[in-house]
Design a protein around this ligand. Sequence first.
Ligand code: PBG
Length: 325
Amino acid sequence: MIRRGRILRKNNNIRDMISENQLSMKDMIQPLFIIDGKNKREKIDSMEGIERKTIDLQLKDIENLVSLGLRSVIIFPSIDERKKTKKANEALNPKGLIPKAIKEIKKNFPELVLITDIALDPYNSDGHDGILKDGKILNDKTVEILVKQAVLHAKCGADFVAPSDMMDGRVYEIRKKLDDEKFNYVGIISYSAKYASSLYGPFRDALNSTPKTGDKKSYQINPANCNEAIKEVLDDEIEGADMVMIKPAIFYLDIITKVKSETYLPVVAYQVSGEYSMIKNASKNKILDLDSAIIESLLSIKRSGADLIISYFTQYIAQKKIINP
Ligand code: PBG
């Protein structure tokens, strides 16, 4: 006898009843690009529909997003070129853009889960996540600065710090220092498996943070590898990460699935800027339908095992109400 699989696809209600994965605003995290000043917005050429905005304008967006069910944002600063130095000093400026943004956002939205990125590339004149000396990225020197950056963000009110630098031992050092400074309840979402991907181009465009020399292959993972990613996740877990992240998402669904089976920590997937722009441009060129491509891409990430998704499409799908609140 043949099994008639189509019985379960007969109409919308049946399809809904047996749907194995759902997208919900509770799973989504909105990335925001922040610039200095007031009432200013700037388009990003390679990311149509996404803008860098000053804190006051981002607060308005957040208000709208919160009313649509958003629980969490992750913020990135676009720093004036003149403030970038080889030692990334601006990363530790207590009056800098991110400290200001954290305080403003938490003052207005105390319940919103605020995540900050820990890395030096937005502040570094070399465009690298760590300190560059004689063509090499200095691991331990970089970690010293990252620890201070994390404590600064915690002091300002961040709920989670998210080290995206891929330096060795940074999760352990950040956890230790946060505890020493009595920020026991500030968590760490580690970008544990961050690949040396071609898909970060539009983000680097947004922050003007493309490395001036070389590439990031001495710290980010080789796209050919899987075991290495699992090892990084397990190490970060031991070092004290509260959640682990895989990045990018759709070229790395196998990694998400494997990581999910190797850890009981919540797994976050980052649908990065290049993934956003691929879908956006394909739809603009009438190659595919935007809304269904977005939903399909996000569902694939959920299905692969991600608990949470960082996506630049969050605001769009929330406003269009093509996602559960
Ligand atoms: C850098 C950082 C990057 C992203 C998040 N943090 C880019 C990079 O490693 O060059 C990429 C995010 C995206 O492409 O959307 N610390």
